[in-house]
Design a protein around this ligand. Sequence first.
Ligand code: GLU
Ligand code: ZN
Length: 307
Amino acid sequence: MILAVSALSPSANFGLGYRGRFAPSPTGPLHSGSLATALGSWLDARAHDGRWLVRIEDVDLPRCKPKAAEFILGQLQACGLHWDEDVLYQSQRTSAYEAALQQLFQTGLVYSCTCTRQHILNAIEAQGITPNRHQELIYPGTCRPALLLARNFGAELLNLALPVTWRIALNSTDLQQSVGDFVLRRADGFFTYQMAVVVDDAAQNITHIVRGADLASNTARQIYLQTALNYPMPQYQHLPLVLDAQGEKLSKQTLALAIHTENTTLSLQALQQAAHHLGLSNLSNDSHYTIAEWLLVATQAWREQKI
Ligand code: GLU
Ligand code: ZN
């Protein structure tokens, strides 16, 4: 469902039509998995005569690599995946995230948490559950009573100087069991991916989110935040993951190789491989196309197969 009105700038979204985005985290160069996501979201936007935006998700600065953002933007340009508006950098958006956190705080849904990872682990184990070593810990709500306290004494202004974690209270048992009251801002002051992505998708009036299936498990949390913040809800589409020969997800962690875009032939090859990952089966692997010609053919193929 797409609402016509954005909470941030009323009527801004009205009549703008399709607005998609690609939102890479600058932790390394694009690899074939992330290029497939970029291409899929670009083709979907073009096939809908929409706009396509790029947002650099450098909200978690300690995890970002210097120069990775410029490198990624260069790779996109080399592949002819041009964006329609200024690139937005999450590292410059802190005041927007603070305002949204304040707004949530006023609704009485936000509380501070001082649990360490070990506290959380102990609380979970006290319930007789042994969490899987690699699993994200589901917060058992230990500090939730702070929420009631804040409600009883009236909402004061959020004290962002406190070195505490800020969490959102979930009101659905489903979400409580699957993800737990999740973090909006960490004790080190950095906002989380969930918070930043929701605030920015709304600020950029994004109507369609096309991204990798590995992110699908975040969607429910993001819709919960959109509802709490009174933002419109975009449409979500999750693309199948690109797997390596061992059937593992390609990622920077598994040292997936960067795609090569040093010349047009290599860029075209990378695009053709990405299209193959996206299931655009009828595209020829002819190397005589210019990139612009190939992208037109691919857009037509996307229209025929995916819409
Ligand atoms: N920045 C996220 C990533 O690189 C993607 C965010 C999104 O598409 O919602 O995995
Ligand atoms: Zn806590």
